[in-house]
Design a protein around this ligand. Sequence first.
Ligand SMILES: Nc1ncnc2c1ncn2[C@@H]1O[C@H](COP(=O)(O)OP(=O)(O)OP(=O)(O)O)[C@@H](O)[C@H]1O
Ligand SMILES: [Mg+2]
Length: 356
Amino acid sequence: MTTITLENIGKRFGTTDIFHDLSLSIRDSEFVVFVGPSGCGKSTLLRLIAGLEQATSGKISIDGRDVTNTSPHDRGLSMVFQSYALYPHMTVRQNIAFALHTEKLPKSEIDARVNEAARALQIEPYLDRKPKALSGGQRQRVAIGRAIVRKPKAFLFDEPLSNLDAALRTETRIEIAELHKSLDATMLYVTHDQVEAMTLADRIVVLNGGHIMQVGTPHELYTAPANTFVAQFIGSPKMNLLPVETTARGVELSAGKPALPVPVRPAEQLGIRPEALRLVAPEQGLVTGKVALSEYLGADLSVYVDTERAGRVTLRGPGTMKVTEGETVGLTFDPSEAHLFDASGDAIRGEAKVAA
Ligand SMILES: Nc1ncnc2c1ncn2[C@@H]1O[C@H](COP(=O)(O)OP(=O)(O)OP(=O)(O)O)[C@@H](O)[C@H]1O
Ligand SMILES: [Mg+2]
């Protein structure tokens, strides 16, 4: 049972503020994924939680106990990095057991834990090999094994799969999901990979410039992004943002043709996911444009349409869809699929009350 609470965390390197007043509560057994652009502070946040970095201000608690000033060892967390840093001269078994020897556990207990981890990670056949005789994915599993045997209160993963090729990433991702289920442990996970974030997370934390932009389930972030940043960060290809005008008639993509009813606050941008757009005859489109390019991906087709009002708009349809580069097309969508954002980029929910 492990909860982690961050209260008003500040972190400064020299004169640069990385975090300013960041608060977050992580529940027991939760799988929380951190995403955000490079340099936004994901690794720093994990290192603060692990105790490898000291917070400038604020409080960190694990299971209700204030650990802000305690050493990494006293926090009882295990961290797995992108570079697995195994000891080359030790066998897999010795690598996994290493931390347990320093804890002076009895040999029978060490053997039991190593064997159990090896079974969970399917690395039993390699226990007596040296790391150089393993593939990248196998080495990464050894690094995870090293974390498991310590029976940590929580696991912290910093882009653990980014050195693996695509097939191995998928395989190891599924293993991590299964591991989370079987250990029922709290896991914090940093990644740049959309699929990892969407599939592994109970909740995703989207960071930008040291600020939390939104915290929510993958479904919440996808269907109800709080702002244009999250709207465009989650989902690939990213959400289209089209300029709109809010008049007394409603939200208009082109003058005099309201696409949506009047919202509670004036909307400046309308967000629509590529898969929510449909191709229609130009005169039926809410927007019209010329097909600039299409990309065939097998199951899907991405179509890039250059529009006069909204610039380049991306549509995603089935791979069987037929389009011709250069043709003029109309684009339409179901209004319930549209997202509205105000001048500061915050999502607008709800319609204005219509005067009787
Ligand atoms: N020891 C340090 N001293 C000074 N600045 C640092 C230090 N460590 C990190 N930073 C700065 O803090 C910011 C956040 O870094 P961090 O490594 O947490 O980013 P990240 O989100 O993990 O990025 P990436 O996705 O590239 O791994 C960056 O601007 C980085 O340059
Ligand atoms: Mg990082």
